[in-house]
Design a protein around this ligand. Structure first.
Ligand code: NI
Length: 165
């Protein structure tokens, strides 16, 4: 297992659209293991393969952030069950130290494959619903800052640039 490098906004590779996984094989399971190590090392609760520059539809998650609740979603899709929105303070390992309140639908069904290639579905509310939508956005090349005003996005870009210098 190894820790991978996480791409940081505004890296253009974060804008690539991930392709579907056709075979859940050992290569994918190796990627999943590395993504878990990378996410836990960075103290995140969710990570999409896009963020480690692998453009496949793979997401890992651990809402407890402590290795106790690992979840894998391969080719995840959602259906919105309740379009009334909840606001959550969202952060992202690709946009360090930035937290913004984002509104998303509060209840969804997630359909995906697990690490054995078996399909499953789960009804999700609250943090799980928000997190899977955030991660699926990554697979589409979308980031949570895209929901903010252009002016706010500009401010965030400047702040991150200052951090790097
Ligand atoms: Ni993110």
């Amino acid at each position: 297992m190894s820790i991978m490098q996480i791409l940081k906004y505004p890296d253009p590779r974060l804008r690539l659209k991930a392709s579907y996984v056709h075979h859940v094989d050992n290569q994918i399971r190796g990627l999943v293991n590395d993504m878990f190590e990378t996410m836990w090392d960075a103290k995140g609760i969710g990570l999409a393969a896009t963020q480690v520059n692998v453009h496949k539809r793979v997401v890992v998650m651990d809402l407890n952030c402590d290795r106790s609740a690992p979840r894998v979603f391969i080719n995840p899709e959602i259906e919105v069950l309740d379009s009334s929105c909840v606001a959550y303070d969202e952060g992202c390992l690709s946009i360090p130290d930035i937290i913004e309140s984002i509104e998303r639908p509060s209840k969804v069904i997630i359909r995906a494959l697990d690490q054995d290639g078996v399909s499953f579905q789960v009804e999700a509310t609250d943090l799980l619903a928000v997190c899977i939508q955030h991660e699926i956005d990554h697979l589409e090349g979308k980031l949570f800052v895209d929901y903010l005003s252009a002016m706010k996005r500009q401010r965030i870009r400047k702040k991150l640039k200052k951090h790097r210098e």
